[in-house]
Design a protein. Structure first.
Length: 257
């Protein structure tokens, strides 16, 4: 389904523009899950139409040194990936929340009204993803193996249904209806780089003195990052916590510790 006549640069440009728009929505206090929905839909569609901006796969191509698949010179692709890591260091994981197609299809699938599995705390998925990241680097740099292709990420968005790997990633997407973002939380190599940056984010969600300690935000958070001691590295800025908060101004996005 990928339309080869549309350059992949369209995905990168969209990623930048969407990031600016979403950051402004959060900064101005206008972000809602309803307003985020169009971004999720457009991001998912771009994944199928031009296979961009699928950031984890772009990182895979950088590791393999495959500039042809990137659609841009290798230094430019590296610069783009580093840029969004810096943006995560300032604004948090907006790129993961609503912009990356791999995350968008899982977020949309999680909206299916079926029973959800209990939320996983942040530490276990992070440990698993760290191990996968080591395997990812070893496979790519040492063996020139495309791990994300084996998982079926490109086959899924290319709708290559004749490939067995297509059904691997399809299974992951279907699983995300009940388990929140399994690919993002347990596998994504780019997320393994963005999380440490986001944990030091200049702008982040924080509680104010207006908080009444009702813990509704903690129960709404699908990653366990709404607890007071959380580092927010696994916060996807999905908006569930702010939507659940009953007190205006108790949970805000802004500069803070």
């Amino acid at each position: 389904m990928v339309i080869e006549s549309i350059p992949k640069a369209v995905g990168f440009i969209y990623g930048l523009l969407a990031f600016v728009a979403l950051a402004w929505l959060w900064y101005s206090g206008r972000f809602t899950r309803r307003r985020a929905l169009p971004f999720l839909i457009v991001s998912a569609l771009l994944g199928f139409l031009v296979f961009a901006p699928v950031f984890p796969y772009q990182l895979q191509m950088v590791v393999l040194g495959n500039a042809a698949a990137l659609g841009s010179p290798l230094p430019m692709a590296i610069g783009g990936l580093l840029l969004f890591i810096v943006l995560a260091l300032v604004f948090g994981r907006i790129i993961c929340g609503q912009i990356c197609p791999a995350g968008a299809v899982q977020e949309l699938m999680h909206l299916v009204p079926i029973k959800k599995c209990g939320r996983a705390e942040s530490r276990a998925p992070v440990a698993v993803r760290a191990g996968v990241f080591v395997v990812f680097l070893a496979a790519g740099l040492g063996l020139s193996v495309n791990l994300l292709a084996l998982i079926g990420l490109p086959a899924f968005f290319h709708l290559t249904v004749a490939s067995a790997s297509f059904f691997v990633f399809l299974g992951i997407v279907l699983l995300s209806a009940t388990v929140y973002r399994p690919f993002c939380r347990y596998v994504c190599p780019y997320g393994a780089l963005l999380a440490p940056a986001a944990s030091k984010g200049l702008y982040r969600l924080r509680r104010t003195d207006a908080c009444i300690g009702c813990r509704k935000c903690e129960r709404a958070c699908p990653t366990g990052e709404a607890t007071p001691a959380a580092g927010l590295g696994e916060c996807y800025l999905c908006g569930r916590c702010t939507e659940a908060c009953p007190v205006d101004g108790a949970l805000v996005y802004g500069r803070g510790k």
